[in-house]
Design a protein around this ligand. Structure first.
Ligand code: CAA
Length: 395
């Protein structure tokens, strides 16, 4: 068992750290206040390969492993969670499904622009009345021979307004329930595609989240991803990887808040000594450190399992559920360590606390993660590496 990072992974971590300090930190409070999209910062992330982290070099991607991807999202999330969710949704939710299950034509048409960051991607699954219960969606793609006629509204779409390419999940045969669902690549510029207002959110405020509407959109047949009826399983598989991204985001939020609290605890003096010399604060720091290390092991393990070709749905659900709950608890405590200063924007921890909340909700709530985990446990299938020695399976 090896818990060390490779030289390359450590270099990637350093590069991501340098980038967040030099390019993201100074404007993050203002962007959050103004809900200003980090358009210039996204271009710079693209130049570093962050918009095509795992994508093959032939499609202009950086061709890195999933652990490196988790490390990049973690580092971005210590400083700017609008940037990290843009990267996570784009890489995991939009690019991955096209690269893994798309045709060669789809890949060569869409991936180079996406992986280079020239086009942002988004994933359209949730609807006004179907979030956790993903099979109850109402968007319809009617088979018209040469094309599908797409009608419906998607909600809470990360990158909704800035995306040029959407992966859209829709029913083609509602009577078949989840077996009648398909996934399509839809271009933002097509007739009948429109977006709602940017949502005014508690956290991740400079990333854009909006509804995306499809009215009589003609989707060419060749833009369906995978076999007919594969859409629901594809959406679930996409989310399995997406959950590693959000787990890494939650880990970064927790670690960022902890680092700020630790630094502050050295500086702030009360009753004649730094506050970390008081047991009440020292034990908070110890609890934070334990939760962060546990979260990090779960996140990196899920990413590593993905790289090994092991089934990782359960590991990803565990990582997301644990890391997001740790992020929420740790950010609340980080504000507490800062006292009154923690409540003002200048000290960054209040923003991390606001950002933490969404990690317990999007890409499957904590309750959904517990459903995924418990269903596996109850049917006796615990997909964990130490249960699978010598039984390597392709996920
Ligand atoms: N991989 C592959 N196949 C899977 C799978 C997975 N991870 N999970 C389920 N399936 C398959 C099942 O095997 C089953 O197939 P068969 O019929 O062949 O047996 C089929 O899919 C249906 O599975 P279930 O019966 O388990 O389906 P369900 O209706 O009970 O739902 C669920 C399961 C886990 C609750 C699922 O609905 C789910 O994950 N819901 C949450 C959705 C979610 O995360 N939404 C967030 C959207 S993205 C977002 O947040 C917006 C953004 O931009 C950030």
């Amino acid at each position: 068992m090896d818990f060390t990072l490779s030289e390359e992974q450590m270099m990637i971590r350093e590069a991501a750290r340098d980038f967040t300090q030099s390019e993201l930190k100074s404007g993050v409070i203002e962007r959050d206040n103004l809900q200003q999209h980090p358009t210039e910062q996204v271009k710079k992330m693209a130049a570093l390969g962050f918009m095509g982290v795992n994508t093959a070099a032939e499609y202009e991607g950086a061709a890195l492993d999933s652990v490196s991807y988790a490390i990049i999202v973690e580092e971005l999330s210590k400083i700017d969670n609008s940037c990290s969710v843009i990267v996570s949704a784009h890489n995991s939710l939009a690019i991955w499904g096209i690269e893994k299950y798309g045709t060669e034509e789809q890949k060569s048409k869409y991936l180079p622009d996406m992986a280079s960051g020239r086009t942002i991607g988004a994933f359209c699954l949730s609807e006004p009345e179907a979030g956790s219960d993903a099979t109850s969606q109402r968007t319809i793609a009617e088979d018209k021979g040469d094309y599908y006629l797409l009608n419906g509204t998607k909600n809470w779409i990360t990158n909704g307004k800035t995306a040029g390419t959407y992966v859209v999940i829709a029913h083609t045969h509602p009577e078949k329930k989840h077996k009648g669902i398909n996934a399509f690549i839809v271009e933002a510029g097509w007739e009948g595609v429109s977006t709602g207002e940017k949502e005014d959110k508690l956290g991740i405020r400079s990333s854009d989240t909006s509804s995306v509407m499809f009215q009589d959109v003609k989707v060419p047949k060749e833009n369906r991803i995978g076999e007919d009826g594969f859409g629901f399983k594809l959406a679930m598989k996409i989310l399995d990887g997406g959950r590693i991204g959000i787990a890494a985001q939650a880990l970064g939020i927790a670690a960022g808040a902890y680092e700020l609290a630790l630094a502050y605890s050295h500086e702030r003096v009360t009753f004649g000594k730094p506050i970390n010399q008081h047991q009440a604060i020292a034990f908070k720091l110890a609890d934070m450190a334990m939760q962060i290390e546990t979260a990090r092991m779960l996140v990196y393990r899920a990413a590593w399992m993905k790289d090994q070709g092991l089934p990782y749905a359960q590991a990803a659900a565990m990582a997301k559920c644990f890391a997001s709950e740790a992020a929420m608890a740790i950010t609340v405590e980080a504000v507490q360590v800062h006292g009154g200063y923690g409540f003002v924007k200048e000290y960054h921890v209040e923003r991390l606390m606001r950002d933490a909340k969404i990690t317990q909700i999007y890409e499957g709530t904590s309750e959904i993660q517990r459903m995924v985990i418990s269903r596996n446990i109850i049917k006796g299938a615990t997909y964990l590496p130490w249960e699978m020695a010598g039984k390597l399976v392709t996920a």
